[in-house]
Ligand binder design. Structure first.
Ligand code: SAM
Length: 416
């Protein structure tokens, strides 16, 4: 069959909706690029792990379902303990949906074109600069931290002479403490910032507050009508991965009980989206302790299914300790104005079991799902959005964490 109208829409938006399916395929690079005017996120820097164009020099083929290859033997059910059985039950519930979503991708007439486009973007892209990146986690934790400044170079372009459209750039510099301080790009253009000789790109209309969890109370808005309608949280959950331990510190789950979700919530309520791992103990803790402590009522789960550049899953679907998917738990925190029943009648008809498919980027980096969640967000038309434990910035969002500038380093971008 022929490529559909959905393909040009995807090339523009980064979101591909499969017909008659609750699955979408997203290209995080295209989604992120909507935050920038002059800069472009570098596909080769983003897709450094699972898109290896050299391995797929040929057109992708659908002749064999990659999911059927290399199937590893299943763990025998009798060797599962009680927690493992509960986890397996959750998995068995999700399994048919995930398989169906994966089939939608592989069976789509646009699939070969999508993947070959991503590969050609990858091959033709460059990274701006190399070199050693700064570790904000380390810098923020030493005594010199509070003394560090960042320089924002606001570039205002105006037309000097309308007849020949010659542009004249005026630069205004602002020097601000980088830690424990709200840093805002309130202009309609990307801003380049300099910090200890490295460059960072701040998207238009975005802001960040870089601090340790101990300082999070500083971002609580004074008035609840300045609160947030969408709160995305990707906590540094403890897990056994040595890889993770070297990349960022983790915290015991009980530390997240004190996250001020209620105080961050807009008076018209908020949609809370929490990334979780597949550990059963954690899922229990969230349902029984964390959501109740935050005043959040569980709504539904979104699955993120991870594929490689040839469309195959990054690991066998049934691998117990390395699932090729992660879960995003959606909940609702009511504000002062709208009550639960109003919200549930307006937004409660949400479709359960949505599946987002993408090729993963760097370790633990999540796809930018803000736009896909907006349709479920209560309250005002232009939602106020915040990401907690963020490692990047997005137009219209407040990014908080101990390294929200991490992926804003110019090495993740290609030139103007
Ligand atoms: N969502 C992010 C992404 O897509 O790239 C990944 C977030 S990662 C799971 C958790 C983040 O929490 C890391 O950036 C880590 O440095 C940060 N973090 C760990 N301990 C923290 C603390 N005490 N205060 C603030 N942030 C912390």
């Amino acid at each position: 069959s022929k490529p559909s109208d959905e393909l040009p829409r995807f090339l523009d938006s980064g979101i591909y909706r499969f017909p008659n399916s609750n699955a979408v395929f997203v290209d995080p690079v295209r989604l992120l690029n909507r935050s920038y005017n002059r800069f472009r996120v570098s596909p080769s820097a983003y897709y450094s792990r699972f898109l290896e164009p050299k391995h797929y020099a040929q057109e992708p083929t659908l002749s064999s379902n990659p999911n059927k290859r290399k199937r590893k033997p299943k763990k025998q059910p009798h060797s599962l303990n009680e927690k493992e059985r509960a986890a397996d039950q959750r998995h068995q519930e999700a399994r048919p949906l995930l398989l169906k979503a994966h089939e939608s991708l592989l069976g789509s007439a646009d699939f070969p074109a999508i993947m070959s486009k991503l590969r050609s973007d990858f091959c033709s892209s460059t990274e701006l600069t190399g070199g050693e990146e700064h570790s904000f986690i380390e810098l923020g934790s030493v005594w010199q931290g509070p003394l560090c400044d960042i320089t924002l170079n606001f570039k205002f372009t105006r037309l000097k002479n309308e007849t020949n459209n010659e542009e004249n750039g005026k630069v205004e510099q602002r020097v601000l403490p980088v830690f424990n301080n709200l840093i805002v790009n309130d202009t309609h253009d990307d801003v380049e910032a300099e910090f200890l000789k490295r460059h960072y790109i701040l998207p238009r209309e975005s802001c960040f507050y870089m601090s340790d969890l101990g300082q999070i109370h500083n971002i609580i808005p004074a008035e609840s009508d300045n609160g947030f309608n969408l709160i995305v949280i990707d906590p540094p959950w403890e897990n056994g991965s040595a890889r993770q331990k070297s990349l960022y510190p983790t915290l015991p789950s009980r530390y997240f009980l004190s996250l001020p979700i209620k105080q961050l919530t807009h008076q018209e309520g908020s949609l809370v989206a929490l990334w979780v791992t597949n550990r059963e103990k954690l899922r229990n803790f969230i349902e029984k302790e964390l959501f109740p402590a935050w005043g959040v009522r569980y709504l539904f789960t979104v699955y993120w299914l991870k594929v490689k550049g040839d469309g195959s899953l990054i690991s066998d679907l049934d691998l117990f300790h390395h699932r090729p998917y992660e879960c995003l738990l959606l909940g609702y925190c009511h504000g002062k104005v709208m009550n639960d029943s109003e919200y549930l009648s307006e937004f409660g008809a949400v479709k359960d079991k949505q599946i987002i498919i993408s090729i993963p980027g760097a370790y633990s980096r999540k796809p930018p799902i803000g736009e896909l969640l907006l349709e479920h967000v209560p309250g005002v038309k232009s939602a106020r959005c915040i990401e907690l434990f963020a490692r990047e910035m997005v137009t219209g969002w407040f990014s908080w964490g101990n390294e929200p500038l991490h992926f804003q380093d110019s090495r993740y971008f290609q030139g103007e």
